[in-house]
Design a protein around this ligand. Structure first.
Ligand SMILES: Nc1ncnc2c1ncn2[C@@H]1O[C@H](COP(=O)(O)OP(=O)(O)O)[C@@H](O)[C@H]1O
Ligand SMILES: [Mg+2]
Length: 217
């Protein structure tokens, strides 16, 4: 059974100034445990739209959507919240950490279960972040922030990890850390969906899907 299943998804954004434009049409995608699926396409091809729909941040206009076998096409607010919290981890282009909180506190805030500080530090150690565990997020480098964001996204052991341009603005060394984090997540059984216009992840992906004008080309 697929962890993520999108069938015949359509999406258009209502735009007051322009004609309403269809971003996705007849879009189909299945992602299974342990896979890293790369959604490849130029800017504007609809990659983020797919990830936002997969992450229940946006509702499709048509089609159906399942996560872990549960229909979440038009979920109630509470089912959506529970699904996001327990089954989905997301990493964006920018880390979106709470700047005034420490790395440890950012992880604690996101955790479904109550973790002790030493449990959180153990998790941060997996991302080589022990030395900055008590630093405020705003004091960390971009690469460190993105590693904390990965640690946060994985803290509840999600079934589905969504990563939208996760190496944007990072140097080669930090991009390598991002690659390792994606591989580790897949090895733990996550279904990983990666959106990227760069070829930095070519070596680690299981499948590549080319986006062309809102469809898999
Ligand atoms: N919130 C929005 N409102 C209106 N148009 C949007 C919105 N988000 C994305 N779009 C448009 O949808 C298309 C696909 O965008 P996006 O999914 O962000 O592509 P990508 O991530 O591949 O760059 C683009 O033409 C973009 O301008
Ligand atoms: Mg995008």
């Amino acid at each position: 059974m697929s962890i993520l299943s999108l069938k015949e998804i359509s999406k258009r954004y209502k735009d007051e100034t322009r004609r309403s434009e269809r971003v996705l049409s007849h879009f189909n995608l299945e992602v299974e445990r342990g896979e890293i699926v790369w959604l490849r396409g130029s800017s504007g091809s609809g990659k983020s739209t797919v990830l936002n729909i997969a992450g229940l941040l946006s509702t499709p206009d048509g089609g159906s959507r399942k996560i872990d076998g549960v229909d979440v096409t038009t979920p109630s607010q509470s089912l959506a919240a529970q699904t996001r919290r327990t089954k989905i981890g997301m990493v964006f282009q920018h880390s979106n950490l709470l700047p005034e909180l420490t790395a440890v506190e950012n992880i604690m805030v996101a955790s479904v279960s109550v973790l002790t500080e030493s449990e959180v530090i153990d998790r941060l150690a997996e991302f080589d972040l022990t030395s900055i565990a008590r630093h405020k997020a705003k004091q960390l480098s971009g690469g460190q922030q993105q590693r904390v964001a990965f640690c946060r996204a994985l803290v509840n052991e999600p079934l589905l990890l969504l990563a939208d341009e996760p190496n944007s603005g990072l140097d080669d060394n930090n991009t390598n850390n991002v690659r390792e984090a994606l591989v580790a997540a897949a090895a733990r059984g996550c279904a990983v969906l990666l959106a990227s216009h760069s070829d930095a992840f070519e070596q680690i992906v299981s499948r590549t899907l080319d986006m062309e004008r809102g469809r898999i080309g």
